[in-house]
Design a protein around this ligand. Structure first.
Ligand code: FMN
Length: 184
């Protein structure tokens, strides 16, 4: 099963448009539209509940549904626009919710993480109004996926300069899709 994590807020989202071109070639997928998910901040109360459940080994608790869904996906596609040198906070909130030790990752006796996710591939799709700098979005997601979740292959699908006057956004997106082999 392909898991599509859609973190695109705008109705006319170009990031979602590009992601769907990719998804069209990946077969059936399950979409999680993050703006509609009731994702909660990990406050003291929920952190304590989480710790208790983990200590009791209750990994099948409802609280960890999203983590299990993430860990069991065969491929993952994340679509998130470039916001403030990173991505929308909503995606960080999702990560905070699914990062459950014992489900997506575990730690060895040496303290190092070992990934428990089934997925072999993760695609990160993003678009930027100006020049794209991936240090705090793609690079972060890639490190997390490879070093902590055990997802070997992480790919970037990106279009930039879409809001700069004099640049043709539609043409840039078309060119980029062609570059990634996702053209019509
Ligand atoms: C809250 C917000 C923050 C943004 N921050 C940046 C930024 O730091 N750098 C940049 O190049 N573009 C920035 N943009 C522009 C978006 O990256 C650009 O419009 C993108 O294509 C939006 O994707 P969408 O069409 O999928 O919504 C920002 C837009 C918004 C709404």
């Amino acid at each position: 099963m392909v898991l599509y994590l859609n973190c695109c807020i705008r109705e006319e989202s170009r990031t979602d448009f590009m992601a769907r071109k990719l998804l069209a070639g990946l077969g059936d997928y399950e979409e999680v539209y993050l703006p509609d998910e009731e994702l909660s901040v990990l406050d003291l109360e929920s952190m304590m509940k989480r710790n208790d459940l983990l200590e009791e080994g209750k990994l099948d608790d409802h609280m960890f549904d999203r983590a299990r869904q993430f860990a069991q996906a065969d491929e993952i596609v994340i679509a998130a626009p470039f916001w403030d040198l990173s991505f929308p906070a909503l995606l960080k909130l999702y990560i905070e919710n699914i990062y459950v030790t014992g489900i997506v990752s575990e730690y060895g006796p040496d303290g190092r993480p070992r990934g428990l996710c089934r997925a072999s591939k993760l695609y990160y799709v993003t678009t930027a109004g100006g020049p794209y700098d991936g240090r705090f979005s793609f690079d972060y997601i890639k490190t997390l996926a490879q070093s902590y979740f055990g997802i070997g292959e992480v790919r970037l699908i990106m279009a930039e300069m879409l809001d700069v006057e004099g640049f043709d956004a539609d043409e840039i997106i078309k060119t980029q899709l062609g570059k990634y082999g996702l053209g019509d």
